[in-house]
Design a protein around this ligand. Structure first.
Ligand code: NAP
Length: 286
């Protein structure tokens, strides 16, 4: 129940109507009997500065950021966590007595989800599809965990080049290849331990289209991770299962990035299983 002392958290983005974050964050607050609530705020691209000022003005406890604000928000914050600065993206703001701190929980959220499969990134070879915001978080997360080789497949070779350049500053020992046409990705896949789709390919309503990789490019022993979570069973994951690969859907990352934001805001351990079941059930009904 919202009252006079309720601490308000929220999501800034455009669009926000489809977001599952209010559902999982509010359930988590209720489960821990915290006097907090989480609201979606539709914030247009050109109103971000106003919205950030409102965090302090209204005394919000913190917010999540989604498309299109994750990158541009960095210039409006008082302090930015080191990993978020490297990734160049913030998805969580914490208001500490008027000082706004920016964090990126996508990277550790992805790693937590990956580790739930038993996969150990150290020394492994990964193929990453995409070089956008989520791909950058995944790449830095994996580099931090000690992967030995990263192949980046991207249509826009400039964004892949920038990601590789940024990674090389902090992880000079990481072998990186970049490619924009698909031919060498098949070769990279033959020796890869992990494939991550960090593009929107396979996402509803285009979920019936050809997957970004075909069954022939995949091999048993490869772990195939799709960041797309609607549908949770994408065509890529179906092809991967048919090829004998282990698979990981995007729900785990969604829940873990939210759980880590919850912990930054409240200092309490997030009820991860409850949050996971809530979003999983909600997606089944969509
Ligand atoms: P983004 O910043 O727009 O980046 C998308 C990337 O995918 C860009 O590199 C884009 O290339 C590339 N791309 C798009 N369509 C492609 C295609 N047909 N073939 C090859 N590359 C293609 O988006 P994002 O925020 O990184 O999100 C990417 C996906 O991850 C979305 O599906 C999003 O829902 C999902 N995601 C999931 C979670 C989670 O918690 N599970 C978290 C964040 C994001 P161009 O630059 O050439 O357009």
């Amino acid at each position: 129940m919202v009252g006079g002392s309720t601490k308000v958290f929220g999501l800034f983005g455009d669009p926000v109507a489809q977001s599952l974050s209010p559902l999982m964050q509010n359930l988590a607050f209720q489960e821990l009997f915290l006097d907090c609530c989480y609201l979606p705020f539709l914030v247009a691209e050109n109103r971000l500065a106003d919205a950030i000022n409102a965090i302090s003005a209204l005394g919000l406890g913190g917010v999540n950021l989604t498309i299109p604000h994750k990158e541009r928000v960095l210039s409006y914050l008082d302090e930015v966590d080191e990993q978020a600065r490297r990734i160049r993206a913030v998805n969580t703001i914490v208001n500490r007595e008027g000082t706004l701190w920016g964090y990126n929980t996508d990277a550790p959220g992805f790693i937590a989800s990956l580790e739930s499969t038993g996969f150990k990134p150290r020394g492994k070879k990964a193929v990453l599809m995409g070089a956008g915001g989520a791909a950058r978080a995944v790449a830095f997360g994996l580099a931090e965990e000690g992967i030995s080789k990263l192949h980046i497949y991207c249509r826009n070779i400039d964004s892949g080049g920038l990601l590789a350049k940024d990674l090389q500053v902090y992880y000079p020992g990481l072998l990186i290849t970049i490619e924009g046409d698909g031919a060498s990705t098949s070769r990279a896949l033959t020796e890869a331990d992990l494939l991550i789709n960090a593009t929107p390919e396979g996402m509803y309503p285009c979920h019936q289209e050809e997957p970004i990789c075909t069954r022939k490019q995949l091999h048993p022993g490869l772990l195939v991770s799709d960041l797309v979570y609607n549908p949770s069973r994408t065509r890529l994951l179906k092809e991967a299962a048919a090829a004998g690969c282990e698979t990981l859907d995007g729900l785990g990352m969604l829940v873990h990035q939210g759980a880590l934001a919850f912990e930054l805001w409240t200092g309490e351990k997030a009820p991860v299983d409850l949050m996971y079941n809530a979003v999983s059930n909600a997606l089944r009904k969509l």
